[in-house]
Design a protein around this ligand. Structure first.
Ligand code: ADP
Length: 485
């Protein structure tokens, strides 16, 4: 059924099936990054509220895990349909708190629905094994069980779909969830509570708590009832959560920072490379963990690539995400703009040349000009630090070996992209790059059917694909003896 945007904008937490405020009555303001106006508040919950959510999730887990896979799949299909029926309203809510262009927000909400549908199906394929027994009178079974209560912590850049990747597999597997959305974008998270309630998930299966990140995080990681922590966010916080989760040996899945390289070889199709570069760089104003952080372009094609990239970059329409035709919205907040400014200043001080952009946008607020910097070099901070903004630094390289070495010279290993028309090179470079996601002649590759996840300090575990449900399951070995066969 069609609902208004305001229907989804809940200024309360969803705990044990009830909509409640924080115990203290404290709230957090939510700001529209395009206007810098406060659009509402959400509860500033802490440990006690989180503990109650965990207890509610634990209580219902015992009955939820016993429901049939088919029952769970049907509810998840209903959830998918409810999301798609309300795609426009949910997308508008997302733009209001996050800032991305409406078309991108619709894409994200569609992706959320797609994850839910994918895992509705995958939940029906949680197969075990019957293993040939080494004993004549015993049989060996291997079964999969839901892990239990899941603590899910998500960031502000994809406030809807990052929860979909966690709620979808958790619920399909028979787990229950306590989720903490980012404080900048809580409404898209709370909307999952509205949807879960309306679709008819049992009370307590989905809980959404907003508030103090450290308090909620501490309770989720320390409470022994929580058996798994799934987190998408910075590597710094991911490491902290892993340390805290170690105290009760929880399973952890971590989708952390990236430092994506984008390699363009002399034999690449330049038009195609620029098209891929635009989406790999400027989607969500550069605020995605798979956004290109560093372009490496071979000498012979460098000038042509830069010229075409700058031309396309210049044409990007910057503005409020709700305006027609806008391709780049504001950055999430003032802190994000300052970080981008610092990285640009550092690059200039070390020989970088601004070809286009380079400063705050004339629109003011947190808008930043789409920027191309040439003559980038490894001593610049943006070689290792995530820019998380619309800035494209272009490095120059001589040969394949040097390109792969520079691309791998980072502690991160999430996404990478490269463009070549040489099949042998495609395989060599693909095998040489230490990254969990590789786009060859493609700039945007995320899809529900494929396992998303990083190498090295970019994380642990996979989201999407048939792998995406494994992290929510415990494997049990059963030996049946005395069969007298
Ligand atoms: P970003 O820099 O993209 O905001 P963060 O890693 O800081 O990334 O935030 C991602 C998510 O982690 C957000 O929901 C944030 O509130 C949460 N978070 C931040 N600090 C902590 C913490 N100490 N414990 C638990 N969660 C945290």
């Amino acid at each position: 059924m069609l609902k208004k945007t305001s229907h989804f904008m809940r200024e309360a937490n969803f705990i044990g099936g009830e909509w409640v405020g924080a115990d203290s009555g404290a709230t957090i303001e939510v700001v529209n990054p395009a206007t810098l106006q406060t659009i509402g508040t959400v509860p500033k919950g802490g440990r006690a509220e989180t503990r109650r959510a965990i207890e509610a999730a634990e209580t219902v887990f015992h009955s939820w895990k016993k429901t049939s896979a088919d029952h769970r799949a049907k509810l998840l299909r209903k959830l998918h349909d409810a999301i798609m029926d309300n795609q426009d309203a949910l997308a508008e809510l997302l733009v209001m708190e996050q800032g991305k262009p409406l078309a991108e927000a619709k894409g994200e909400v569609g992706m959320s629905a797609a994850y839910v549908l994918w895992f509705a199906e995958e939940g029906r394929r949680i197969y075990g094994d019957v293993v040939p027994s080494p004993w004549a009178d015993r049989r060996i079974l291997v079964t999969k069980e839901p892990t239990g209560v899941v603590g899910a912590i998500t960031p502000w850049n994809f406030p809807s779909s990052m929860l979909a990747r966690k709620l979808g597999p958790a619920l399909a597997a028979g787990c229950t969830v306590v989720a903490k959305p980012a404080s900048q974008t809580p409404y898209s998270g709370l909307a999952w509570g509205v949807l879960a309630e309306e679709v008819g998930f049992p009370k307590g299966a989905v809980n959404i708590v907003t508030g103090s990140a450290s308090e909620i995080g501490d309770e989720l990681t320390e409470n022994p009832l929580v058996r798994k922590i799934t987190f998408t966010g910075s590597t710094e916080i991911g490491k902290l959560l892993m340390q805290k989760a170690a105290g009760t040996v929880k399973k952890v899945s971590m989708e952390l920072g990236g430092n994506a390289p984008f390699l363009v070889f002399n034999d690449a199709d330049v038009e195609r490379a620029v098209q891929g570069a635009m989406i790999a760089k400027y989607r969500n104003a550069g605020q995605t963990c798979v956004c290109t952080n560093r372009f490496f372009v071979q000498e012979g094609i460098y000038d042509r690539f830069v010229e075409k990239l700058a031309e396309a970059t210049n044409k990007l329409k910057v503005g409020s995400g709700l305006e027609d035709g806008v391709q780049q919205g504001p950055l999430i907040d003032e802190g994000a703009v300052r970080k981008v400014e610092e990285l640009v200043a550092d690059a200039i001080s070390k020989g970088g040349q601004i070809i286009t952009g380079g400063k705050r946008h004339a629109l003011g607020g947190t808008f930043f000009e789409p920027t191309v910097i040439t003559e980038a070099s490894p001593k610049m901070r943006l070689m290792e630090e995530e820019i998380f903004g619309p800035v494209a630094p272009v490095f120059r390289f001589k040969d394949e070996e040097e390109a792969v070495a520079m691309a791998n010279d980072t502690s991160f290993g999430l996404a990478c992209y490269f463009y070549t028309s040489d099949l042998g090179r495609a395989f060599r470079v693909m095998e040489g790059l230490r990254y969990g996601l590789v786009g060859i002649n493609e700039g945007m590759i995320t899809t529900v059917e494929a396992p998303f996840g990083g190498f090295k300090e970019s994380g642990l575990g996979k989201e999407g694909g048939h792998q995406g449900i494994e992290d929510y399951l415990d494997t049990k070995y059963v030996c049946i003896g005395g069969l007298g066969l």
